[in-house]
Design a protein around this ligand. Structure first.
Ligand code: MLT
Length: 334
């Protein structure tokens, strides 16, 4: 009997050792948070990633997606992933900047001016460096990118063409210093607010406007509470897919590779999706009654004020003026 008990104990210890040395050998249901509702670029990247990841791991693992801020504000999800209580999150880059200031390079106004530039920067050395910095600063690993298009300004009050037209309009912005400073350069103090609270605030007229890409405006049904769109192109919205670094490191090599490969493929899919979808979504928004207009004078006043006043304020936080100069040179504007 004593011998049997010893064998049993040894078996339990061996089992536990196997369990903890290769936890990912067991099927796992991961959780993925998304700030946006279903149907936008975050959802498209997320669903593609899940489909690819499941295929690459032979259907052994699954990922359940929680759209529309169900798991908390986008900034909360960075905290949760950082401490390992959340596995994945798809969120706007501007909601990572407070945790890792150098990614502010991608939210400085009027730096990225097209989808091609966005792809080139995120997929090249700059993207790699900012991804490494995010890992170091926030404990989360960027494994994919949703390309969401330019953030356009929406509001419920009046057509806006010039920065002066913003007077009297209360605009919600993410809790992001660069974006706050940008509206200040245009002459107003915007209202910083979590994304998860924005629809209700627009609906209840706590704020009059906000900015986000067409596809996001559509996915969030903002056409129900906003009338006017101004095609400002101050930020090209990038929405990374992040994984908690502690969750990533606890996976087997095969699963890690599946995560990285699925992230890359889903990123390519996202660029294609934006190029194929943005125009028809814009038309749909206009059919739903939104009035879309361009800023006056090819956006000259908006660009001048923002670049002149905002860029120098953030040289230090992005790691020095050199960092921005390098990006502009890469984009052929240096
Ligand atoms: C924000 O405005 O906070 C975000 O850009 C929204 C989003 O993630 O789509």
């Amino acid at each position: 009997m004593q011998l049997q008990q010893k064998i049993l104990r040894l078996l339990v210890i061996a089992g536990a050792a196997m369990l903890f040395s290769s936890p990912a050998a067991y099927a796992k249901n991961f959780k993925m948070a998304l700030g946006d509702a279903q149907g936008g670029t975050q959802w498209e990247l997320g669903t593609k990633f899940v489909e690819l990841f499941k295929a690459k791991t032979g259907g052994k693992h699954d990922i359940k997606m929680f759209p529309n801020g169900q798991l908390g504000s986008e900034q909360d999800t960075v905290n949760d992933a950082s401490i390992g209580t959340l596995d994945f999150s798809v969120l706007a880059i501007n909601n990572i900047t407070p945790f890792s200031p150098t990614v502010g390079t991608f939210t400085l106004p009027y730096v990225i001016q097209s989808l091609d530039e966005a792809v080139m920067l995120t997929q090249g050395d700059v993207g790699k460096e900012l991804t490494d910095n995010t890992l170091r600063d926030a404990g989360v690993r960027i494994i994919g990118w949703a390309y969401s298009g330019f953030r356009v300004l929406t509001n419920s009050k009046k057509p806006i063409k010039t920065p002066e037209d913003l007077k009297g309009v209360i605009v919600r912005v993410p809790k992001n210093e660069i974006m706050i400073a940008t509206y200040q350069s245009w002459g107003i103090n915007p209202t910083p607010m979590a994304w998860s609270e924005t629809f209700t605030a627009l609906q209840q007229k706590v704020v009059d406007g906000q900015d986000n890409p067409y596809i996001t405006v559509h996915a969030m049904k903002f056409y129900e509470v906003q009338k006017y769109i101004t095609n400002i192109r101050y930020i090209f919205s990038l929405e990374p897919l992040i994984i908690s670094e502690s969750v990533f490191q606890s996976q087997s090599d095969d699963v890690k590779q599946a995560i990285l490969d699925a992230g890359l493929e889903a990123t390519k899919h996202s660029a294609k999706y934006l190029a194929e979808t943005e125009d028809s979504i814009r038309k749909e928004l206009s059919e739903k009654g939104m009035e879309i207009s361009d800023p006056a004078d090819k956006e000259k006043a908006w660009i001048e004020k923002a670049t002149k006043e905002v860029w120098p304020k953030y040289y230090d936080s992005i790691g020095g003026k050199d960092k921005l100069d390098r990006v502009l040179k890469l984009l052929g504007r240096g």
